[in-house]
Design a protein around this ligand. Structure first.
Ligand code: Q46
Ligand code: ZN
Ligand code: ZN
Length: 305
């Protein structure tokens, strides 16, 4: 297999782009692709500060690396969720973020928020104690992460929060939302969620990249990351949809990319319209000041009641 650019030995074949690249051309191509995505969707500019949510996994560390390489003012945010589950998941993942800085980006700024240290309870404890979390740590965890990311972004004056979601993640969510005709979610699923009333802008610069591409990039750049998945992700429906979509991709290369891009095109051109949840009344939570649609207290503050 030969590199489409130089004829050298290709290390990756991206059939959806009809492109095979050698290691040197691939590690050049991926940041360029990311840059194009940032510009196409008007994610942020070099003059703006970006907060990258890092988990110690390949996508978020590769994203932080690429944004710094591209010259963006990117700082990391690690949220210590206190998930141990006999594999020391959270401790290991923080260690990976620190190792990344030491090995690749000395001088990079990492903000660390330890949930149990700052708020008194870890995710497993919260999942146990709150009504919302019974048997569903991910539901509590998603809420907690959104709240803390937003808080740190607002307090630190960041223009946007960047997450490492790749195309596989987005397509799995799209499939899930489509199968259930979750029109409210379909109306909002996008590479950029604009800032509104106390909620920071959210962007996904890796949204055009397949997971195998971010993994190959991390490997070729010698980025060490945590291989273990969060123990609570095992057997999740998202993983199941990813497997199904990979089978589809094998039979029909480019299927994942087409599904996602055609969805965005159809919706953004108005060819199909989904009704958003309606005009929701957002008002500040009396305790933390973050916007909420509920009563006086936002869902995050209610968790600790
Ligand atoms: S970290 Fe949190 Fe994920 Fe673990 S508990 Fe679920 S949501 S699976 S991305
Ligand atoms: Zn080449
Ligand atoms: Zn609140």
């Amino acid at each position: 297999m030969k590199c489409s650019k130089c004829g050298g030995t290709a290390v990756i074949n991206m059939r959806q782009h009809r492109l095979r690249l050698c290691a040197r051309h691939f590690v050049e191509w991926l940041p360029n692709m990311t840059q194009r995505t940032i510009e196409t969707y008007h994610m942020f500019t070099p003059g703006e500060r970006v907060l990258v949510a890092v988990s110690g996994g390949k996508d978020s560390l590769a994203l932080w690396d690429v944004l710094l390489k591209l010259g963006y003012q990117a700082e990391g945010l690690y949220i210590g969720l206190g998930i141990d589950e006999e594999i020391g998941y959270s401790a290991k993942s923080l260690q990976m973020c620190r190792t990344f800085i030491d090995e690749h980006r000395p001088g990079a700024t990492l903000h660390v928020v330890d949930l149990a240290g700052e708020y008194g309870r870890s995710i497993p404890e919260l999942a146990h104690s709150s009504r919302r979390g019974r048997g569903k740590p991910c539901s509590v965890c998603g809420l907690v992460k959104r709240h803390i990311m937003n808080r740190v972004a607002r307090e630190g004056g960041f223009a946007a929060i960047a997450t490492g979601h790749n195309l596989d993640d987005e397509v799995a969510v799209l499939m899930q939302n489509t199968l259930h005709w979750q029109t409210g979610y379909l109306a909002r699923q996008a590479p950029v969620l604009e800032e509104r009333e106390g909620l920071a802008r959210k962007v996904k610069p890796f949204v055009r990249l397949y997971e195998r591409e971010t993994a190959a990039f991390a490997l070729l750049q010698d980025i060490h990351y945590i291989y273990d998945e969060c123990p609570f992700a095992r057997g999740s429906t998202t993983n199941y949809y990813k497997e199904l979509l990979n089978q589809l991709e094998l039979r029909s290369p480019g299927a994942k990319q087409q599904f996602y891009l055609h969805f965005l095109r159809a919706r953004n051109s108005g060819a199909v319209t989904f009704t958003p949840e309606g005009q929701v009344d957002l008002h500040p939570c009396v305790r933390c000041g973050q916007p909420t649609t509920a009563g006086d207290l936002c869902a995050f503050c209610r968790l600790w009641e």
